[in-house]
Write a protein of this length. Structure first.
Length: 335
């Protein structure tokens, strides 16, 4: 097995490096003065890095495909204040040469611990019919296995193995807190909405090789429709399940994006649907923001511009002084 070498987040600011990475983007582009170059984007579980091939780009492009793992050597340079790898050597690796888990990010949380937490939230539900539905959904082996592993997205938020379950649990926790503050909200409904709203993503995204990508059905009909299918299939197995409660759950799924231009099929029309949409947005945005701030170079005051947020992010002031430092300052002033 090949030595992985550096992870992308360990790449120095300059110098020659050698490491294994997945190729997630590959495109021949024209040079300004004629000819072409090969633009690449490398990834592993720690991050992503742009790369360029200037010499024989057409020939090099034939050596590997997107989602292949390659061994690459090159020199780190900076372009528009971002590091990039100028590739000098690159070759495709055989699947026996690497550990696939090195190339896709994974939740820091233990999946079995998260699964136990999910079952705990389901146990909080007082409506027996609704609780039985959620137990049936999570007892379904075809759902349980994928829900433990699925990301919540490819790029924007919780884009890592186990990210969907982590996102769902965060919404369940927030639902409990919110219904404690607003007792008119139906806690059973809100927890159910948190569990079901993105469940179609288990059929939308799949691991292909060493990277997650859209499935055929995910591309054609997306996670809202796929989530409605899952709900309909499991409600059909419970004859006592009312059409009114099914309609409420369907409404959560079709409205959780909030606005029509954000992908919602209907705007939220129930207090719980409003709450679910707002919690979903908050959790997704904060996970994204914290990750981007943590990934930025330690010496930078702001992150790079984030297109999806249409802004840079301020990384904060210097570390607060300790109590001991503050006492020293006060003694110095007194002297």
């Amino acid at each position: 097995m090949e030595n992985k070498g550096l992870y992308i987040n360990e790449v120095p600011q300059s110098g020659e490096v050698t490491f294994l990475a997945a190729v997630i983007e590959k495109e021949l582009r024209p040079k300004r003065n004629g000819g072409s170059f090969l633009a690449l984007r490398f990834a592993d579980r720690s991050g992503e890095l742009d790369g360029k091939v200037w010499d024989n780009p057409e020939g090099v492009a034939e050596l590997f495909a997107c989602n292949d793992v390659v061994k690459v050597r090159g020199t780190i340079e900076h372009y528009n204040d971002k590091p990039q790898l100028i590739v000098s050597r690159i070759r495709r690796c055989d699947s026996r040469d690497y550990n696939p888990g090195d190339f896709y990010p994974t939740s820091d949380r233990d999946p079995e611990a998260m699964w136990g937490e999910l079952r705990g939230f389901i146990a909080l539900i007082g409506d027996g019919t609704l609780r039985r539905l959620l137990e049936a959904v999570t007892d379904d082996p075809s759902i349980a296995e994928r829900l433990r592993m699925a990301p919540a997205a490819l790029k924007i938020h919780h884009a890592f193995c186990g990210g969907l379950l982590e996102h769902i649990l965060s919404l369940c926790s927030l639902s409990v807190v919110l219904t404690g503050h607003f007792p008119r909200l139906n806690r059973d409904w809100l927890i159910a909405g948190a569990i079901l709203h993105d469940l179609g993503k288990i059929d939308t995204l799949a691991l292909k090789g060493v990277r997650y990508s859209y499935t055929m059905r995910g591309q054609l009909i997306e996670h809202v429709t796929l989530g409605l299918e899952i709900l309909d299939r499991h409600v059909a197995a419970l004859p006592e399940f009312s059409i009114e409660l099914k309609t409420v759950l369907q409404h959560f799924i079709v409205s959780h994006h909030g606005d029509l231009d954000k992908g919602a099929l209907r705007r939220p029309m129930l207090p719980e649907a409003f709450a679910l949409s707002l919690l979903d947005l908050m959790d997704a945005r904060l996970e994204q923001v914290f990750r981007l701030i943590d990934a930025a170079p330690a010496e930078d005051e702001f992150t790079a511009f984030v297109p999806s947020l249409e802004r840079q992010l301020f990384r904060g002031f210097e570390e607060p002084r300790s109590a001991g430092d503050a006492e020293e300052i006060q003694r110095g002033k007194a002297a």
